[in-house]
Design a protein around this ligand. Sequence first.
Ligand code: SAM
Length: 363
Amino acid sequence: MAIKYLGSKRVLVPVLGDLLAASGAGTALDLFTGTTRVAQEFCRRGARTTAVDLATYSEVLAQCYVELDAAAVDRAEIVDALEHLESLPPVRGYITETFCEASRYFHPKNGVRIDAIREGIDEHYGDSWLRPVLLTSLMEAADAVDSTVGIQMAYLKQWARRASNDLKLKVPELTPCAGKAVRGDATELVHSLPHVDLAYLDPPYNQHRYFTNYHIWETLVRWDAPECYGVACKRIDSRDPATMSVFNRKREMAPALAQTIKSVNADVVMVSFSNEGYVPLEDLVEMCKARGNPVEVLAFDAKRYVGSLIGIYNPSGDKVGKVSHTRNTEYVLLSGEADRIGDMASTVLDRTQQFSRAGSAVS
Ligand SMILES: C[S@@+](CC[C@H](N)C(=O)[O-])C[C@H]1O[C@@H](n2cnc3c(N)ncnc32)[C@H](O)[C@@H]1O
């Protein structure tokens, strides 16, 4: 289970996992990890993975799913802690007042339980290895009963049907292979992170800010009861430039991305991008070529999960093949040694063609 998230690679996750496996990578970096879905898949494929993001909630998700090794933890301890938190008496606190009364993101019957559980986590498990697991469980449980369309810039006029369900804490499905969670700015960290076999970059595509779109998760994890403003009850520090990302600024985004792609210390780099993003595909190809390796471009129909190889660039940078723009396309650009990325591309194309032959539609 994972929270609803703009630009989440839900559909592409198995393909990205196949790409990693075909590359033979034993170490990996997910530089804009968000929900950590992709990093989780890398862990499941046995790669020692580092997951990076600016967001505080994302760091907690990575501490739960990427840092912990499922084989090394006691699941019974998690079950006991969740049962304990479920039994706490309701509390009318910040979440209830802000997100159930001043706005309507959660039904008040769930708001008072979120408040009680969140208080309980720090009171009883503040210094425990369980803390990120419990916070993850709470975020996912709250997400399952929210009244939004998946972003927190607004709530629905009429309650979503799921909002009347009772909040239920579940045990997060931990992954094998202990990795690392890092919170910080990718454009800075990229210069100091250790070498990995494969790095995956899935930056924001446009002006939509994750800090404001997921302000409730930021607050739930920080638990700092910020002053808020507007109908959406956003955190007051949303206005602070320190909470803004260069990737949401149209003019600054392209040079920042170019520099990040060039600097990342990896043998193979995979970059995800959408045809609805700020940067045209041709520019993105140039950014990858600046690493001095051949580049291959895979395109996936975002709804139908059909893949095709739409461009091949030889080591001297000449383009072989035709780029075709289709509606709602997810691109995955591969940069690395020619044979290696060639093997990666053919592996996933075999797989996605099977999907398309069978007529499967996965969305
Ligand atoms: C397209 S989303 C990634 C989605 C992710 N692959 C998934 O499947 O959930 C982009 C992510 O980049 C993060 N981000 C934005 N600016 C950043 C920066 N300068 N450094 C690190 N992360 C950043 C956002 O918080 C967001 O989680």
